[in-house]
Design a protein around this ligand. Sequence first.
Ligand SMILES: *Cc1c(COP(=O)(O)O)cnc(C)c1O
Length: 404
Amino acid sequence: MTSLQSGDPQTYLTLDDTWCAHNYHPLPVVITAAEGAWVTDVTGRRYLDMLAGYSALNFGHRHPDLIAAAVEQLGRVTLTSRAFHHDQLGPFCAELAELTGTEMVLPMNSGAEAVESAVKVARKWAYEIKGVPENRAQIITAGGNFHGRTLTIVSFSDDPTAREHYGPYTPGFVSVKYGDLDALRDAITPDTAAVLLEPIQGEAGVLVPPAGYLAGVRAACDEHDVLFIADEIQSGLGRTGSTLALDQEGVRADLYTLGKALGGGIMPVSAVVGRRDVLGVLRPGQHGSTFGGNPLACAIGRAVITLLRTGEMQARSAELGAHLHARLGELVGRGLAEVRGRGLWAGAELAPHVGLGRPISEQLAHRGVLVKETHDTTLRFAPPIVITRAEIDQAVDALVDVLP
Ligand SMILES: *Cc1c(COP(=O)(O)O)cnc(C)c1O
């Protein structure tokens, strides 16, 4: 046993650096407790969390309703495997389908697993229903995408850091420019099973596609009998001011992948939701997961759905999001080049003279505000929806202080 000195961050930084694989480059803040929009480090210092676990903490840290649901379920049953029924699975699937206006739910764990599952289902649908010749199915993806870290998913990433030296890669994917409808239409062939897109690209820097693009994707998919898979793992469940980001476009996807906030910031919970005739291609034994749809995950997921059912969270995200965008918008030309996004989700592009995002994130942390840069020059703001207007002001004021 290593004995730890709880007040000294350096102890933990050294342990992490020595014993943990270096697949992240975290800010040097060692968190030991959290509540709502605030985290506390091992020295007792508090920070405003403006990242919210990349949208896994949409309802803040340890939301009392979510913790209560988890604790109650911990006292009853946590895991059965899918070899048996349990009393949380059916209600979870029914309630999630109702919330998202869909017909069927495939529960999984991580976001990447949900995307993998959607890809498998789309291929199976293409062979069994659409009639694509065996092993010919193609899925169209977009440049700049982020859908997770599995081998198949990095096979269609164009981020060299995420992709390099993991080959040979999974075939069957074609990439087109995000936001370019003509390019997408040109890429569709009789073998196209699906188009897989983020309605707003998160990791790429909170990129909102041109108006009408997503409706155009829907129309192209309808014309050519192609499935539209919307990856709403980061954009969904209240983040943009609606239950699903696509709702604001008046567009329905055939399949949606959900994750992150579905687990309430407590544990990984993901799902593919969508059309019954598409998810219906799965028969017993053809896909599965030991932990997917476990009782604890379902109980937490149901509490998340309850928080979203009244629409209050979505409305709060829209309203506070407008304030966040207005405040950040004032900084365009004063250190920021551009602010993108929707709801409580903003990508603030640093002006060229400011340089990289990393030192800005570090200086913000010194001022008690946690954000993280993405792709070098974008700061991503995705605070918990429970944040207040005054706390948003506090974070933006800190940004004003650190921008040169
Ligand atoms: C985070 C994310 C994923 C992957 O989720 P994990 O739980 O990290 O596997 C997939 N798609 C999008 C859009 C994401 O933001």
